[in-house]
Design a protein around this ligand. Structure first.
Ligand SMILES: Nc1nc2c(c(=O)[nH]1)N[C@H]1C(S)=C(S)[C@@H](COP(=O)(O)OP(=O)(O)OC[C@H]3O[C@@H](n4cnc5c(N)ncnc54)[C@H](O)[C@@H]3O)O[C@H]1N2
Ligand code: MOO
Length: 331
């Protein structure tokens, strides 16, 4: 418990000339919420009606003892310990510090660490979900100490937990060259026009990457393998294949991917649409089999996985197995 002798109450009418010990907030529902007086402001006669209007009949004068911290200082120390690569801090507003992204990138949040910090009484740290894609300036988290004066020991505990660990960081997207193999006799023989190429290209362009070449091939395992081999020789960053990912006799793409891979992370995901997505690697080169759903639905398993692959963020089978919870995007 905070020792009340550190807080002295003064009636607002008698407070002219005193310095505000913390930011003061005004809220007009639906219109405004924010700081109207900043910590350090010296109260003037004309401030009194405004203070009374936001419900302040008293202000605190603080005498913070050894071993305690003002909410602003606690928030700053917490935010500093939390912020990893490409994360910026603002100054405290109403005791809260907001963390934002310096870059367009993939947010990595360590959920376990966040829960450990929030288990320390009187600390509050709210973050966005892990794996969110953010723009420069995008908000990532907010943190504050709940009381105006907090035991320093609590902040020390949080700092010790965070020591040498990354709570929040933003990973950059690598500008990747993608080799696209489009299978399917109907496309190869010109019975229908390819629709996959432009869709994949648009999704890649959003992240600053591109399809460097698209090659068309009928549903034949050996011919599909040859195209994968071709792109490996070209040293593209990622190989993607479209068509033939499900259960028909002509769906040969997964066999070809399997044979050309040194590691298959998954063939299939519990994400809908896009359950037939395949993720594999030939050494360090990702090989993705894109299911037909990508042609039809705006958001599929491919959109879940693509930012991760472009940020070179490892995906495990264990994680894929957990991706069904919250992984229904409607189809
Ligand atoms: N009995 C089952 N039926 C289906 C399953 C299943 O597991 N059991 N999976 C479903 C899922 S999920 C998908 S997705 C689709 C088809 O998946 P494929 O990736 O194998 O796609 P295809 O069969 O090759 O083609 C489906 C459809 O899309 C057209 N297509 C393919 N490539 C192109 C292209 N480059 N441009 C334009 N159009 C293309 C193709 O002509 C077909 O009309 O299967 C479900 N069914
Ligand atoms: O794998 Mo399919 O794309 O779910 O619709």
């Amino acid at each position: 418990m905070v020792d009340n002798s550190m807080l002295k109450e003064i009636k607002v009418e008698d407070a002219v000339g005193y310095t505000l010990a913390h930011d003061l907030t005004k809220i007009i529902p639906g219109e405004f919420k924010g700081r109207i007086f900043k910590k350090g402001h010296v109260i003037q006669k004309e401030d009194i009606p405004e203070l009374l209007k936001i419900g302040k009949e008293h202000i605190y004068v603080l005498n913070i003892k050894e071993g305690y911290l003002h909410e602003n200082d606690a928030a700053y120390r917490l935010a500093k310990a939390i912020a990893g690569k490409n994360v910026l801090l603002d100054e405290p507003h109403e005791g809260k510090i907001t963390l934002t992204s310096k870059i367009f990138g993939l947010v990595k949040v360590n959920e376990t660490l966040i829960n450990q910090i929030n288990s320390i009484p009187d600390l509050a740290l709210a973050t966005v979900f892990n794996n969110k894609v953010v723009q420069p300036g995008g908000k990532l988290a907010g943190t504050r100490a709940l009381p105006l004066i907090i035991e320093e020991e609590k902040v020390n505990r949080a700092e010790a937990l965070l020591e040498g660990k990354i709570a929040i960081e933003v990973k950059e997207f690598k500008k990747s060259k993608v080799g696209l193999v489009t299978t399917g006799s109907e496309v190869y023989k010109g019975r229908i026009k390819d629709r996959f190429g432009p869709i994949v290209k648009k999704k890649l362009n959003y992240f600053g990457s591109d399809v460097v070449e698209q090659r068309f091939v009928p549903d034949d395992v050996e011919l599909i393998k040859r195209e994968i081999e071709y792109f490996l020789k070209q040293q593209v960053d990622i190989i993607m294949l479209t068509g033939g990912m499900s259960v028909d006799p002509d769906d040969r793409t997964p066999y070809a991917i399997r044979e050309m891979s040194t590691k298959v992370v998954t063939q299939g995901t519990p994400i809908l649409p896009g359950s037939n997505l395949m993720i594999a690697y030939n050494n360090d080169t990702p090989i993705l089999g894109l299911p037909g759903g990508v042609l039809h639905d705006p958001y599929t398993s491919f959109d879940v996985v693509l930012p991760r692959i472009l940020a070179n963020d490892p995906i495990t089978k264990e994680e894929i197995n957990r991706s069904g919870y919250g992984g229904y995007y409607g189809c």
